[in-house]
Design a protein around this ligand. Structure first.
Ligand code: ADP
Ligand code: MG
Length: 587
């Protein structure tokens, strides 16, 4: 896989400057191979994996061939989705920064026609759009393609999957036959071969093998999990493997929001990415993720496309991807650069058949896995703690406390008992899950990872022991509140804190004047407390939500602070009036 400096690819000074400004040090293999060929005007069929730099591979030669003085559309890029059109338009805009007089515009469904009319009328030379909207403008006569020099089909396989075949053919037939055609696709199924055969002239076939494509160094497992137990299963897998850097894919924006909130409430450092999040915000999230400012990115496929991270420990398919292609795209983010990666996929109910057909179709090397039991989670956590102590001892990374130890020894305590007592204290401390520290955001150094606070379900109280593979009963029971009234949304209730079965030692109970009537969920309460106090989510124990009030167990030492900080804060539109509930907390 050859890479070369951009300066050797025959670029103009304007583009070299732009590439340098973008911080690209050298051309990626697909860019090295495509750019010089495309600059000659020859048709190209390019194949390479996600994140390999295909946008610049076609945008650079396309921009080089634009005549700035001619105010007509000379380059048309077709993309499957609005998100991708916007991404490609942005990258192309950056590359065109020093090309004076060259303008471009993304056009896609959902955006007002007014803006698009204006841009098109102003004489843009580069249009990046989704096939449907492009057709629309062609029919209205607002997009004229008779001066078109280059037509790019980006992610062709995906466009065909999305049913754009007719639109694409219509566009291919409508543009001048002299145009240069650049085809990009991760796979070349028959339908695309057919298009290539009919519309290109002697194309250069450029295929960059990616290490990730067949993913031999990715351990792939699938788990049969009931939909409602997915979060439970996810956190167990994270804890047992002590993962600190990964992406969790969900199929919908709502699921992304929901999961992000739940994981956050359980003490994981997460952030989210989906199509409803502004581009500026998405850029910030991606930047933070690359810098490892948080551990897990919860994302939809489209939002995570083009995200160039390649050293993930794990990719979770929280929801089954649509097809084998998406599956391969997703898991290609882990196990790169010779490191071993993991890809864990959850399937529930009928999805098992879908997965099986994907396995057969794409010959996926994925095997069944088992969700760890709570004992296994505990043991793993103990091991992490053990390793942490050992690392600290080996590195001599501690202050000596000889005097205190001598005093205890003098009083006749055995050294093993002293150590056991200390470990007991550390593990009992709020925010300590087998380890004393509150979870710090993951750091690149993998040697001594900080212990993560125990997720609340791992506490000995009423933790849901087995992850049920199926079954409605448990959930149905939870929907009934104490007076037999149907409770709030069932979706949220399952994953949360166990119901309070009485106060644990070291915990105090806080009374809050909101309840089921306001559709409050445990996640809301934990999130609010963690948010205003900056305490770890594990400072909160069991939560009991009643019709008009809530009782929350919190670490006794922080109870005062929590009451003080929550007072007057709004939750679900109600100003909170927290107070310490005295006496026995069971209501
Ligand atoms: P693809 O379309 O193949 O999935 P993209 O074109 O979206 O990949 O590129 C992925 C990321 O890599 C983008 O953030 C892009 O800016 C960046 N990138 C592209 N080419 C280079 C390069 N030569 N050097 C460094 N980064 C690059
Ligand atoms: Mg792309």
């Amino acid at each position: 896989m050859e890479k070369r400096p951009f300066a050797e690819l025959g670029l103009s000074p304007d583009l070299l400057k732009a590439v340098e400004k973008m911080g690209f040090e050298e051309a990626s293999p697909i860019q090295t191979a495509v750019i010089p060929v495309a600059l000659t005007g020859r048709d190209v069929v390019g194949q390479s994996s996600t994140g390999s730099g295909k946008t610049a591979a076609f945008a650079i030669p396309a921009l080089e061939r634009v005549d700035p003085k001619q105010r007509a559309v000379q380059v048309l890029v077709l993309c499957p989705t609005r998100e991708l059109a916007v991404q490609v338009a942005e990258e192309t805009g950056k590359l065109a920064l020093f090309k004076r007089g060259v303008m471009g515009v993304p056009i896609y469904g959902g955006q007002s026609y007014e803006r698009q009319f204006r841009a098109l009328a102003a004489g843009v030379q580069v249009v990046i759009g989704t096939p449907g909207r492009v057709m629309d403008h062609m029919e209205r006569g607002t997009l004229k393609l008779d001066a078109l020099k280059i037509l790019v089909l980006d992610e062709t396989d995906r466009m065909l999957d999305m049913g754009f075949r007719d639109d694409i053919e219509h566009i291919l037939k409508a543009v001048p036959t002299t145009r240069q055609l650049l085809f990009f696709s991760a796979t070349i199924p028959r339908m695309i071969q057919d298009l290539i055969g009919r519309y290109t002239k002697d194309p250069a076939w450029i295929r960059i093998e990616s290490v990730a494509q067949n993913a031999p160094q990715v351990e792939q497992r699938w788990f049969e999990v009931d939909r409602r137990s997915k979060i439970e299963a996810l956190t167990r897998l994270i804890d047992v493997n002590d993962f600190r850097y990964g992406i969790i894919f969900c199929s919908t924006k709502i699921m992304v929001d929901d999961l992000d909130e739940h994981l956050h409430a359980r003490g994981y450092a997460t952030d989210r990415l989906h199509g409803d999040i502004s581009q500026a915000q998405r850029d910030r999230v991606m930047q933070k993720f690359r810098e490892r400012k948080f551990e897990f990115l919860v994302a939809t496929d489209v939002a995570a496309r083009g995200l160039d991270v390649d050293d993930l420990e794990v990719v979770f398919n929280f929801d089954l991807p649509n097809d084998a292609e998406d599956y391969t795209h997703r898991i290609g983010r882990t196990g790169r650069a010779g490191r071993k990666g993991r890809a864990f996929t959850f399937v529930s109910g009928q999805e098992l058949y879908k997965l099986q057909s994907m396995v057969r179709w794409a010959k996926l090397d994925v095997h069944r896995g088992k969700i760890p039991s709570l004992d296994e989670v505990d043991e793993a956590r103990t091991n992490v703690f053990f390793e942490k102590i050992r690392t600290t001892l080996d590195a001599k990374d501690f202050k000596p406390h000889d005097r205190m130890i001598d005093r205890l020894l003098d009083q006749g305590y055995a050294s093993t008992d002293i150590c056991s007592a200390l470990i007991h204290l550390l593990q009992a401390a709020p925010g300590a899950g087998g380890g004393p520290a509150k979870a710090a955001p993951a750091k690149p150094a993998p040697a001594a990872k900080p212990a993560r606070p125990a997720p609340a379900w791992a506490k000995p109280v009423a933790a849901p022991e087995p992850v049920p593979a199926t079954g409605e009963t448990e959930i149905d029971r939870e929907r009934e509140d104490d007076d037999g009234h149907p409770a709030g949304p069932p979706r949220k209730s399952k994953y949360e804190r166990p119901a309070r079965t009485g106060r644990e030692p070291g915990m105090a109970t806080v009374f809050l004047n909101v309840g089921r009537k306001q559709l409050v969920t445990p996640a809301d309460i934990v999130g609010k407390i963690a948010g205003v106090t900056r305490l770890p989510a594990t400072a909160v124990g069991a939560i009991d939500i009643h019709q008009r009030h809530t009782l929350a167990d919190v670490a006794a030492e922080h109870a005062g602070l929590i009451v003080q900080k929550l007072a007057g804060i709004k939750l679900k539109g109600i100003a909170l009036e927290p107070s310490l509930a005295g006496g026995e907390s069971k209501s």
